[in-house]
Design a protein around this ligand. Structure first.
Ligand SMILES: Nc1ncnc2c1ncn2[C@@H]1O[C@H](COP(=O)(O)OP(=O)(O)OP(=O)(O)O)[C@@H](O)[C@H]1O
Length: 689
């Protein structure tokens, strides 16, 4: 039987990367560094590499594949499957090997920590705090040790967590982190140290880990030679995608797993590094070639398969102005006469109209809504567009906005399950207890203290005596937890129990309970897809569903919908047409990020990432006026914005300039609004004072 060459579609460099260490280069055990430009097929190449290794006898159970999100891991598994299917000549129905160790660093870390819990002094049933919970716990500890009533303002809980997290992920000393990133907090170094000590203490007492612990403890485990060898020996191959966005801990983990670099593959594009605010460091890329006991082999992918030539030229021009980068000369042979457009519109409302018009026009011309995306720097930038789309009944799905798990009713239900999993987790317990009518913060604290001191926290919950007014509601809660702790209970029955207890609570607490109920049902459906309560809680916390959809119909059931996404969440994706909103100074670069050169450079890379998502059409929108609300003083007003500094004058030739509506080009349309003579709204308010 003729078996087609599974690598036949790859170009020579992609093929080199995919076959390294097999076939002709079978004796080559060097670690592999694939430096790849945007759209050069790195995901594609990695999938072929995995498939090729499997074809050459590698055991998928002994491969670790680390990706940036779980979605990326699933996509990779699907692609590997497709290549193998072709290569092995399998029918579509035949089972393909799956990759049990593919996932994010945090997800795989959580699994290993649970498996090795007994050996490293952890309790196996730990629960995981997401950023929100971690921040709340930091806030509680901050209050408990008396830092919230300082006369001078002590940094807020979010800032404290940011500092803590940075220290952990960069392994830099606190003093240095404060000086370089949080200079306004340097005076609080001693207090912060005390706070972080107490925060760690609290986490340990409650048997919870935060995101940073997952990496930190894993790295600690890898620093212990026996454990590192044992774990490293379980894997023949460790492949890391998006290596440009890893931090120091992640590099340490990789080195600990495979000190000689044998079986290691990393794929990077330094021009797309957009996570340094989380401690990702370019040093990881620079150091990689000589990090292991044998030097790395480097393969560079420069042919872009995604974008047309004019789009690639415009994107190349933007990134060429970057201060430091591995020079890659990206090229494509997709010719087109259509340049990227710079579209000048009067304001955000008109921007929304232009985009909606354009999207519909392209749809008429045969491009489904799903093949088009609107990207923006910050989630709130899309608000006027969302209104416009809803008004015109254009369905859309938004990535990177308010997360599903952040909605209070979803948090409630998750807390119910989390508290059952780990009865010492105070954040979850605090939330759940107060859902009972008649129980407030004081009673909840009393309960948690009692549970914390008890040898058997479950029993302490059952025998707890609530205030008389809460008696009835309390016995229902106690009976729920008795059932949830029954060893016979099989997941997802836990979810059903929790849901039946929670639905009446929802009715009592929210006027719009009916709408929220749909989310609860969705969570229950999601639950059914996981093997156990622990897996469900861990996976969902580490990689929450990102989608929020709008009210103009349930888009996931609609056959076609437009994609709205923050640039960060658009990573790794591509669309036929891409619209980038608010390409103005203050939005990109964000006015929150113009402090240091590094921050500015990261903003430039963000714009580059946005532009390189486009295959055939790219529109950068430049609204000229912004409406800003002021809390006091001069009232609401317009401000004028300038085109993003990243599109310099010299790059004009790469763009077609469009002014819309055409009248806006005339001077009369840009007359500045007169400053207000009176504030009618203030008067109206004052009348009732
Ligand atoms: N050898 C090839 N021949 C034809 N098309 C290819 C080839 N390799 C990749 N492609 C196509 O190029 C596009 C980009 O590929 P892929 O998503 O793997 O790139 P990437 O390097 O991961 O991109 P980015 O880093 O910008 O997200 C995809 O549409 C893919 O199908």
């Amino acid at each position: 039987m003729h078996v087609p060459d599974p690598l036949e579609s790859l170009n020579p460099q992609q093929r080199e990367a995919a076959t390294h260490g097999t076939g002709d280069s079978a004796g080559d055990t060097r670690p592999l560094l694939v430096i790849a430009g945007a759209g050069s097929g790195k995901t594609n190449t990695l999938a072929h590499r995995v498939a090729n290794l499997v074809r050459h006898g590698a055991d998928p159970q002994r491969m670790m594949l680390l990706t940036f999100s779980r979605r990326a891991a699933q996509e990779m598994e699907r692609r590997v499957g497709a290549v193998l299917q072709k290569a092995l000549g399998l029918a579509g129905t035949q089972a393909l090997p799956n990759l049990p160790w593919s996932g994010t660093f945090h997800g795989i870390g959580a699994r290993l920590l649970r498996e090795y819990a007994a050996r490293i002094g952890l309790e196996e049933n730990f629960t995981i705090h997401d950023r929100g919970d971690a921040e709340d716990l930091m806030g509680m500890v901050r209050h408990e040790i008396g830092l919230s009533d300082q006369k001078k303002r002590f940094p807020l809980k979010g800032t404290c967590l940011g500092i803590y997290s940075r220290v952990l992920n960069t392994r830099d000393p606190l003093g240095l982190v404060l000086q370089s990133v949080y200079p306004w907090c340097t005076q609080w170094e001693d207090e912060l140290k005390k706070l972080f000590g107490a925060y760690v203490e609290a986490k340990q007492q409650q048997n919870v880990l935060d995101y940073d612990d997952l990496l930190g403890f894993w790295a600690d485990m890898m620093a212990e030679t026996t454990l590192a060898q044992e774990i490293g020996a379980r894997f023949d191959h460790v492949l890391v995608d998006e290596y440009q966005d890893t931090n120091r801990l992640q590099a340490e983990i990789l080195l600990g797993l495979k000190p000689d670099g044998r079986g290691v593959t990393v794929v990077v594009d330094d021009a797309q590094s957009i996570y340094s605010f989380r401690g990702a460091t370019v040093r990881n890329i620079l150091d990689f070639p000589h990090r292991f006991t044998q030097p790395a082999r480097i393969v560079t992918l420069e042919r872009n398969y995604r974008s047309t030539q004019p789009i690639l030229q415009a994107s190349n021009a933007v990134i060429a102005a970057a201060r430091e980068r591995h020079a890659k000369d990206l090229f494509t042979d997709k010719a087109s006469s259509q340049r990227a457009q710079l579209v000048l519109v009067p304001d955000e409302a008109q921007q929304a109209r232009w985009v909606a018009d354009q999207v519909l026009r392209q749809r008429e011309a045969g491009a489904p809504l799903k093949s088009q995306a609107v990207l923006f720097r910050a989630s709130h930038h899309s608000a006027p567009l969302e209104l416009e789309l809803a008004r015109r009944n254009i369905p859309f799905v938004k990535f990177g906005g308010l997360k599903f798990l952040e909605a209070s009713h979803i948090k409630d239900l998750m807390a119910v399950l989390r508290f059952a999993q780990n009865p010492r987790g105070r954040m979850a317990g605090f939330r759940v207890a107060q859902l009972v009518p008649g129980v407030g913060a004081a009673t909840a604290t009393r309960l948690l203290d009692a549970m914390g001191e008890a040898g058997d926290p479950h029993a302490a919950l059952q025998s707890f005596e609530p205030p008389a007014a809460a008696q009835e509601g309390w016995s229902e809660l106690a009976s729920l937890y008795a059932k949830l702790n029954d060893a016979e209970l099989a997941w997802p029955a836990d979810m059903e129990l929790a849901k039946s207890w929670y639905l009446p609570v929802l009715e009592r607490l929210h006027d719009d309970a009916q709408v929220r109920k749909l989310d609860v049902e969705q969570l229950a459906r999601l639950a059914a897809g996981y093997g156990s309560r622990e897996r469900f809680l861990t996976e969902l916390t580490l990689d929450p569903p990102e989608v929020t959809s709008d009210q103009s119909g349930p888009p996931l059931r609609d056959e076609d919908y437009l994609i709205l996404s923050t640039i960060h969440s658009a990573k790794g994706q591509e669309w036929k047409a891409v619209h980038v909103l608010n390409v103005v100074d203050g939005c990109i670069p964000s006015d929150m990020a113009t402090g240091t050169t590094e921050e500015l450079e990261e903003e430039r890379r963000l714009l580059y990432v946005a532009m390189t998502r486009a295959k055939e059409q790219l529109h950068l929108l430049v609204p000229q006026r912004f409406y800003v609300s002021q809390q006091s003083g001069g009232g609401d007003r317009h401000v004028y914005a300038g085109r993003s500094r990243f599109i310099a004058e010299g790059m004009a030739k790469h763009f077609e300039q469009v002014v819309w509506p055409e009248a806006a080009a005339a001077p009369s349309a840009t007359v500045k609004p007169a400053s207000p003579v009176m504030q009618v709204r203030d008067r109206a308010r004052a009348a009732w004072r």
